[in-house]
Design a protein. Structure first.
Length: 129
């Protein structure tokens, strides 16, 4: 069993076309180019990065604008008449609130608490001041 691993490594390296003898890695050659010649790739990478950042910001702004525009039409914004409208809101305690709601020209007084929402009174003939 001791000879299996070395034989396996030699056979696989021969099959893959690699030389089984270990070769020390060669160090990259030092270049004596001017720094301006070497910065060309950095400048292009920096420009690409800035353009990608601007593109992502633009995509984000456009998507927010589109969502707001779609939301206005879907949730009763421009061009839609509202059937239900909150006329006034009054807090009685930190957990209890009174709402005066207008529904098809009738005003309804609603109490909301931590436990329930209850209709207190339906008011007719009250005009807004």
């Amino acid at each position: 069993m001791r000879w299996f691993l070395p034989v396996f490594l030699v056979v696989t390296s021969l099959l893959l076309g690699n030389d089984p003898s270990p070769v020390p890695p060669q160090l990259p050659e030092m270049t004596t180019e001017a720094p301006s010649a070497m910065t060309g790739s950095y400048e292009s990478a920096f420009i690409k990065m800035i353009l990608a950042l601007v593109g992502l910001i633009l995509l984000f702004v456009i998507s927010i604008w589109m969502l707001r525009r779609i939301g206005k039409f879907r949730f009763g914004g421009r061009g839609h008449s509202q059937v239900i409208r909150v006329v006034e809101r009054c807090s009685i305690s930190p957990k209890t609130v009174l709402f005066l709601v207008e529904i098809e020209n009738k005003k309804v007084l609603i109490a909301e608490s931590q436990l329930e929402v209850r209709r207190l009174e339906t008011l007719e003939g009250i005009t807004e001041e």
